[in-house]
Ligand binder design. Structure first.
Ligand code: FAD
Ligand code: DHB
Length: 389
């Protein structure tokens, strides 16, 4: 079996890459270890940057997003019990859209299947060979049959725990954080129309949503937290304390989903090895505070689709040669922003009073200086593609 681009992983990166390549007339096959139902139900990110939404519109993937997505023109930073709104529309003239990652994944899978795309779920034991010039991906299908897929190039879109990054020895840049997020999805109507990032002496909390009936909420917890130690009642209690502010009420409701996510910053450099190109979480992860993970994955494949099209259709290698450097500029901007938001909003377990005062000073400056608020708004809503030097 042969294809032009062998794509490992059917997350937002792999699926969108397959769609963009198909629009340019390039064949691909997507291999995914999980089932279709699993990837369509996996609850993860929820914030789409402005450039992400524009791209999805441009490539015909925004019909449901435009109907069901929730456009937001600002967020609140809440500290010392008071809300401070960052008005994106006023500061940078654009906003974000709240639309669950699993909805993006459902839309992408539906579009690929409608267009005759080749998606293979529930594969196992994926291996990569011949990456210098003649790549071969071997895998076992759902019926236990072993296959070889010969391709011109491989796109490693298999997330942080995938196998692609291990096919070479990129230089790794990492930062661990001494906290994690406990996230819940609750059947409770949002009581506030925008996201709230709350800094409290007991730790960070985030108020978000998925629809007019569903809220998405997060609490800073220690990294070794066992989710079973957190009953629904304890979660609501803690959320109530950390999110408390005058005039704010938190609607409680049945908890539909509950999980703990660790927080790390990791970048692998370079993002290319011979004919293997990494994209998305396979190459880099950010702590979730800046809502950048999925947006970065999408930004990578936008660059990769153009580079591979020029290479495979016209033999033009300039794009593939520049791929890693081009992506890493945006990646490091998002790494910095995510680290900055994380450090400003979480309570360091080993933090002293000096650190705490610096943090409050940074928060006060961010909400009182138009220049500082604009910087947050510009990064959060997403810098234009190609807009990072
Ligand atoms: P993924 O979505 O991880 O997709 C990779 C795919 O590859 C997966 O479907 C996986 O099953 C598959 N795969 C893995 N190994 C193999 C293999 N060997 N062969 C074939 N397929 C393979 N970001 C935010 O902004 N906000 C959040 O709240 C948030 N929450 C998150 C919670 C969790 C638990 C995780 C893990 C991430 C979260 N993120 C969040 C980050 C965001 O979801 C990711 O940045 C985004 O999913 C990246 O997309 P991707 O396509 O690069 O990788
Ligand atoms: C959500 C997740 C984030 O990481 C974030 O910064 C904002 C919102 C969410 O899941 O809605």
């Amino acid at each position: 079996m042969r294809t032009q681009v062998g794509i490992v992983g059917a997350g937002p990166a792999g699926l969108l890459l397959s769609h963009l390549l198909a629009l340019a007339g390039i064949d691909s096959v997507v291999l995914e270890t999980r089932s279709r139902a699993y990837v369509e139900q996996r609850v993860r990110a929820g914030v789409l940057e402005h450039p992400t939404v524009e791209l999805l519109r441009e490539v015909g993937l925004a019909e449901r997003l435009d109907r069901e997505g929730m456009p937001h023109e600002g967020v609140s930073l809440r500290f010392e019990g008071e809300d401070h709104r960052i008005d994106f529309a006023d500061l940078v003239g654009r906003g974000i859209t709240v639309y669950g990652q699993q909805e993006v994944v459902k839309d992408l899978i539906a579009a690929r299947l409608r267009d005759g795309g080749d998606l293979r779920f529930e594969v196992a034991d994926v291996t990569l060979d011949g990456l210098a010039d003649t790549p071969v991906i071997a895998y076992t299908d759902a019926d236990g049959q072993r296959h070889e897929l010969r391709c011109d190039v491989v796109a490693g879109c298999d997330g942080f725990h995938g196998i692609s990054r291990g096919a070479y020895a990129p230089e790794m840049f990492e930062r661990e954080y001494p906290y994690a997020w406990l996230g819940i999805l609750a059947k409770a109507a949002p009581t506030h129309h925008e996201l709230v990032y709350a800094n409290h002496d007991r730790g960070f909390a985030l108020y978000s949503m998925r629809s007019p009936e569903i809220t998405r909420l997060y609490l800073q917890v220690p990294p070794d937290t066992d989710v079973h130690d957190w009953s629904d009642a304890r979660i609501w209690d803690e959320l109530g304390t950390r999110l408390a502010a005058e005039g704010f009420t938190l609607n409680e409701g049945p908890v539909l989903e509950k999980g703990v996510t660790g927080m790390r910053s990791v970048v692998a450099e370079p993002m290319r090895h011979g004919r293997l190109f990494l994209a998305g979480d396979a190459a880099h992860i950010v702590p979730p505070t800046g809502a950048k993970g999925m947006n970065l994955a999408i930004a990578d494949v936008r660059v990769l689709a153009d580079a591979l099209t020029a290479f495979l259709a016209r033999g033009d290698e300039r794009g593939v040669d520049a791929y890693s450097d081009t992506c890493l500029r945006r990646v490091w901007r998002a790494e910095h922003f995510s680290w900055w938001m994380t450090s400003m909003l979480h309570v360091a377990p080993d933090g002293d009073a000096f650190t705490r005062r610096l943090q409050l000073s940074q928060l006060r400056y961010t909400v009182s200086s138009r220049a500082a608020a604009t910087s947050l708004a510009e990064n959060y809503t997403g810098l234009p593609y190609g807009g990072v030097r």
